[in-house]
Design a protein around this ligand. Structure first.
Ligand code: PGA
Length: 255
Protein backbone atom coordinates (compact mmCIF):
# COMPACT_ATOMS: atom_id res chain seq x y z
CA UNK A 1 0.00 0.00 0.00
CA UNK A 2 1.21 3.53 -0.80
CA UNK A 3 1.93 5.68 2.25
CA UNK A 4 -0.36 8.67 2.62
CA UNK A 5 1.00 12.08 3.55
CA UNK A 6 -1.90 14.43 4.13
CA UNK A 7 -1.44 18.17 4.70
CA UNK A 8 -4.15 19.96 6.63
CA UNK A 9 -3.46 23.65 6.06
CA UNK A 10 -6.42 24.65 8.26
CA UNK A 11 -7.13 28.40 7.81
CA UNK A 12 -3.73 29.10 6.19
CA UNK A 13 -2.12 30.82 4.36
CA UNK A 14 -3.60 34.31 4.24
CA UNK A 15 -3.68 34.94 0.47
CA UNK A 16 -4.11 32.87 -2.68
CA UNK A 17 -0.70 34.02 -3.88
CA UNK A 18 0.92 32.56 -0.74
CA UNK A 19 -1.15 29.38 -1.12
CA UNK A 20 0.02 28.90 -4.69
CA UNK A 21 3.61 29.59 -3.77
CA UNK A 22 3.54 27.06 -0.87
CA UNK A 23 1.86 24.51 -3.13
CA UNK A 24 4.41 24.96 -5.91
CA UNK A 25 7.37 24.57 -3.61
CA UNK A 26 5.84 21.41 -2.15
CA UNK A 27 5.15 20.09 -5.64
CA UNK A 28 8.70 20.74 -6.81
CA UNK A 29 10.05 18.70 -3.92
CA UNK A 30 8.07 15.61 -4.89
CA UNK A 31 9.15 14.94 -8.42
CA UNK A 32 10.86 11.60 -7.75
CA UNK A 33 9.16 10.25 -4.67
CA UNK A 34 7.86 6.72 -4.98
CA UNK A 35 5.26 4.83 -2.93
CA UNK A 36 3.83 8.02 -1.54
CA UNK A 37 0.42 9.62 -2.05
CA UNK A 38 0.49 13.32 -1.24
CA UNK A 39 -2.84 14.94 -0.45
CA UNK A 40 -3.01 18.67 0.22
CA UNK A 41 -6.12 20.00 1.94
CA UNK A 42 -6.12 23.80 1.61
CA UNK A 43 -8.90 26.19 2.65
CA UNK A 44 -11.73 25.68 0.13
CA UNK A 45 -11.30 29.12 -1.45
CA UNK A 46 -7.91 28.00 -2.84
CA UNK A 47 -9.00 24.62 -4.17
CA UNK A 48 -9.87 25.69 -7.74
CA UNK A 49 -6.53 27.42 -8.21
CA UNK A 50 -4.46 24.54 -6.82
CA UNK A 51 -6.35 21.86 -8.77
CA UNK A 52 -5.28 23.57 -12.02
CA UNK A 53 -1.66 23.14 -11.01
CA UNK A 54 -1.87 19.88 -9.07
CA UNK A 55 0.16 17.40 -11.17
CA UNK A 56 0.81 14.29 -9.06
CA UNK A 57 -0.49 15.87 -5.90
CA UNK A 58 -4.08 15.15 -4.92
CA UNK A 59 -6.33 17.84 -3.54
CA UNK A 60 -8.68 17.38 -0.61
CA UNK A 61 -11.14 19.64 1.18
CA UNK A 62 -11.15 20.18 4.94
CA UNK A 63 -14.91 19.88 5.29
CA UNK A 64 -18.21 19.52 3.43
CA UNK A 65 -21.82 20.06 4.34
CA UNK A 66 -24.08 17.12 5.21
CA UNK A 67 -26.95 18.11 2.92
CA UNK A 68 -27.10 18.57 -0.81
CA UNK A 69 -28.52 21.39 -2.96
CA UNK A 70 -31.74 19.50 -3.84
CA UNK A 71 -32.86 20.25 -0.25
CA UNK A 72 -33.12 23.90 -1.34
CA UNK A 73 -29.52 24.97 -0.93
CA UNK A 74 -30.58 27.15 2.01
CA UNK A 75 -27.42 26.61 4.03
CA UNK A 76 -25.64 29.94 4.06
CA UNK A 77 -21.88 29.65 4.03
CA UNK A 78 -21.73 25.90 3.47
CA UNK A 79 -20.15 23.92 0.61
CA UNK A 80 -21.67 20.72 -0.79
CA UNK A 81 -20.08 17.44 -1.83
CA UNK A 82 -21.27 18.07 -5.37
CA UNK A 83 -19.53 21.46 -5.49
CA UNK A 84 -16.26 20.06 -4.10
CA UNK A 85 -16.26 17.20 -6.56
CA UNK A 86 -16.94 19.61 -9.44
CA UNK A 87 -13.91 21.65 -8.33
CA UNK A 88 -11.69 18.58 -8.60
CA UNK A 89 -11.41 17.39 -5.00
CA UNK A 90 -10.66 13.70 -4.65
CA UNK A 91 -10.52 13.59 -0.86
CA UNK A 92 -12.24 15.33 2.02
CA UNK A 93 -11.38 15.47 5.72
CA UNK A 94 -14.32 14.72 8.01
CA UNK A 95 -14.63 14.67 11.78
CA UNK A 96 -11.75 16.94 12.71
CA UNK A 97 -11.88 17.62 16.45
CA UNK A 98 -11.67 21.38 15.83
CA UNK A 99 -14.99 21.16 13.99
CA UNK A 100 -16.50 19.21 16.85
CA UNK A 101 -15.19 21.65 19.46
CA UNK A 102 -15.88 24.97 17.69
CA UNK A 103 -18.92 24.08 15.59
CA UNK A 104 -20.57 21.36 17.64
CA UNK A 105 -20.30 18.78 14.89
CA UNK A 106 -21.73 15.39 15.87
CA UNK A 107 -20.94 11.82 14.83
CA UNK A 108 -24.29 11.55 13.08
CA UNK A 109 -23.52 14.65 10.97
CA UNK A 110 -20.08 13.19 10.21
CA UNK A 111 -21.80 9.98 9.13
CA UNK A 112 -23.98 11.95 6.68
CA UNK A 113 -20.92 13.78 5.37
CA UNK A 114 -19.10 10.49 4.73
CA UNK A 115 -22.09 9.13 2.82
CA UNK A 116 -22.29 12.24 0.64
CA UNK A 117 -18.55 12.29 -0.03
CA UNK A 118 -18.73 8.66 -1.16
CA UNK A 119 -21.80 9.30 -3.27
CA UNK A 120 -19.90 11.98 -5.16
CA UNK A 121 -16.81 9.85 -5.61
CA UNK A 122 -14.52 11.45 -3.03
CA UNK A 123 -12.55 9.49 -0.44
CA UNK A 124 -13.34 10.64 3.10
CA UNK A 125 -10.46 10.93 5.56
CA UNK A 126 -12.17 10.20 8.87
CA UNK A 127 -10.49 11.65 11.96
CA UNK A 128 -11.17 10.34 15.45
CA UNK A 129 -9.43 10.22 18.81
CA UNK A 130 -9.74 10.92 22.50
CA UNK A 131 -9.41 14.24 24.33
CA UNK A 132 -7.27 14.98 27.39
CA UNK A 133 -9.88 13.98 29.97
CA UNK A 134 -10.78 10.77 28.15
CA UNK A 135 -7.07 9.89 27.98
CA UNK A 136 -6.65 10.59 31.70
CA UNK A 137 -9.64 8.37 32.45
CA UNK A 138 -8.21 5.59 30.26
CA UNK A 139 -11.23 5.70 27.95
CA UNK A 140 -9.31 5.97 24.68
CA UNK A 141 -10.42 2.66 23.16
CA UNK A 142 -14.02 3.04 24.31
CA UNK A 143 -14.18 6.55 22.81
CA UNK A 144 -12.65 5.43 19.52
CA UNK A 145 -15.03 2.47 19.30
CA UNK A 146 -18.04 4.76 19.74
CA UNK A 147 -16.77 7.29 17.21
CA UNK A 148 -15.98 4.67 14.57
CA UNK A 149 -19.28 2.83 14.97
CA UNK A 150 -21.40 5.99 14.79
CA UNK A 151 -19.46 7.63 11.97
CA UNK A 152 -19.45 4.45 9.85
CA UNK A 153 -23.05 3.42 10.56
CA UNK A 154 -24.97 2.05 7.56
CA UNK A 155 -22.19 2.64 5.09
CA UNK A 156 -22.21 0.10 2.28
CA UNK A 157 -19.60 -2.63 2.69
CA UNK A 158 -18.32 -1.97 -0.81
CA UNK A 159 -17.71 1.69 0.13
CA UNK A 160 -15.86 1.11 3.39
CA UNK A 161 -12.54 0.35 1.69
CA UNK A 162 -12.61 3.83 0.13
CA UNK A 163 -12.44 5.46 3.55
CA UNK A 164 -9.12 6.50 5.07
CA UNK A 165 -9.00 6.41 8.86
CA UNK A 166 -6.82 8.80 10.83
CA UNK A 167 -6.20 8.43 14.55
CA UNK A 168 -5.64 11.93 15.86
CA UNK A 169 -5.75 12.33 19.64
CA UNK A 170 -7.17 15.78 20.43
CA UNK A 171 -4.49 16.47 23.06
CA UNK A 172 -1.71 15.79 20.53
CA UNK A 173 -2.78 18.50 18.07
CA UNK A 174 -0.80 21.71 17.78
CA UNK A 175 2.73 20.70 16.91
CA UNK A 176 4.14 20.20 20.39
CA UNK A 177 2.93 16.99 22.01
CA UNK A 178 2.90 14.03 19.64
CA UNK A 179 1.65 10.64 20.78
CA UNK A 180 4.21 7.96 21.72
CA UNK A 181 4.89 5.54 18.89
CA UNK A 182 4.10 2.58 21.22
CA UNK A 183 0.66 4.02 21.95
CA UNK A 184 -0.09 4.57 18.26
CA UNK A 185 0.98 0.98 17.60
CA UNK A 186 -1.44 -0.25 20.25
CA UNK A 187 -4.27 1.81 18.74
CA UNK A 188 -3.46 0.56 15.24
CA UNK A 189 -3.70 -3.06 16.43
CA UNK A 190 -6.92 -2.27 18.25
CA UNK A 191 -8.39 -0.69 15.10
CA UNK A 192 -7.38 -3.51 12.80
CA UNK A 193 -8.92 -6.07 15.20
CA UNK A 194 -12.04 -3.97 15.55
CA UNK A 195 -12.50 -3.66 11.80
CA UNK A 196 -11.81 -7.37 11.28
CA UNK A 197 -14.43 -8.24 13.91
CA UNK A 198 -17.09 -5.67 12.97
CA UNK A 199 -16.65 -5.78 9.20
CA UNK A 200 -14.14 -8.19 7.66
CA UNK A 201 -10.51 -9.32 7.78
CA UNK A 202 -10.18 -8.26 4.17
CA UNK A 203 -11.25 -4.71 5.01
CA UNK A 204 -8.92 -4.60 8.03
CA UNK A 205 -6.04 -5.40 5.68
CA UNK A 206 -7.10 -2.87 3.06
CA UNK A 207 -8.28 0.20 4.95
CA UNK A 208 -5.48 2.73 5.55
CA UNK A 209 -5.00 3.95 9.12
CA UNK A 210 -2.98 7.14 9.47
CA UNK A 211 -1.66 8.98 12.51
CA UNK A 212 -2.11 12.72 13.08
CA UNK A 213 -1.08 15.07 15.89
CA UNK A 214 2.19 17.05 16.00
CA UNK A 215 3.79 15.04 13.20
CA UNK A 216 7.14 16.46 12.04
CA UNK A 217 10.21 15.35 10.10
CA UNK A 218 11.81 13.87 13.24
CA UNK A 219 8.94 11.64 14.36
CA UNK A 220 7.10 10.76 11.10
CA UNK A 221 9.18 7.71 10.17
CA UNK A 222 8.56 6.07 13.56
CA UNK A 223 4.80 6.09 13.05
CA UNK A 224 5.24 4.16 9.82
CA UNK A 225 8.15 1.88 10.64
CA UNK A 226 7.38 1.10 14.31
CA UNK A 227 3.71 1.93 14.85
CA UNK A 228 2.69 0.40 11.49
CA UNK A 229 0.57 3.38 10.45
CA UNK A 230 -0.19 3.71 6.75
CA UNK A 231 0.63 7.39 6.62
CA UNK A 232 0.49 10.66 8.51
CA UNK A 233 -1.76 13.69 8.67
CA UNK A 234 0.22 16.87 9.16
CA UNK A 235 -1.06 20.23 10.39
CA UNK A 236 1.44 22.89 11.50
CA UNK A 237 4.47 21.23 9.90
CA UNK A 238 2.73 21.21 6.49
CA UNK A 239 2.94 25.01 6.33
CA UNK A 240 6.68 24.80 5.73
CA UNK A 241 7.37 23.21 2.35
CA UNK A 242 10.85 22.14 3.47
CA UNK A 243 9.55 20.39 6.57
CA UNK A 244 6.67 18.79 4.70
CA UNK A 245 8.96 17.50 1.96
CA UNK A 246 11.31 16.07 4.61
CA UNK A 247 8.38 14.22 6.17
CA UNK A 248 7.34 12.73 2.83
CA UNK A 249 10.93 11.79 1.97
CA UNK A 250 11.34 9.99 5.28
CA UNK A 251 8.17 7.99 4.58
CA UNK A 252 9.24 7.06 1.08
CA UNK A 253 12.16 5.18 2.64
CA UNK A 254 9.88 2.96 4.72
CA UNK A 255 8.94 -0.65 3.88
P1 PGA B 1 -0.76 19.42 14.01
O1 PGA B 1 -2.27 19.43 13.47
O2 PGA B 1 0.06 18.61 13.07
O3 PGA B 1 -0.38 20.85 14.05
O4 PGA B 1 -0.81 18.81 15.38
C1 PGA B 1 -2.86 18.27 12.98
C2 PGA B 1 -4.32 18.50 12.70
O5 PGA B 1 -5.01 19.11 13.52
O6 PGA B 1 -4.84 18.08 11.67
Amino acid sequence: MKKFVVANWKMNPGTSREALSLFRSVKNGFKNLKNIEIIICPPSIYIAELVKDSGNIKIGAQNLFWENPPKGGAFTGEISAKQLKALGCEFVIVGHSERKIHFGETNSQINKKIKLALKYGMRPILLFGENTIEKKNKQTKKVILGQIKECLAEIKKSDLAKIILAYEPVWAIGGESACFVEDVYEINLFLKNLIAKEYSVNLAEKIPVLYGGSVNSKNAFGYIADAMSDGVLVGSASLSSLEFIKIAKSLSKSR
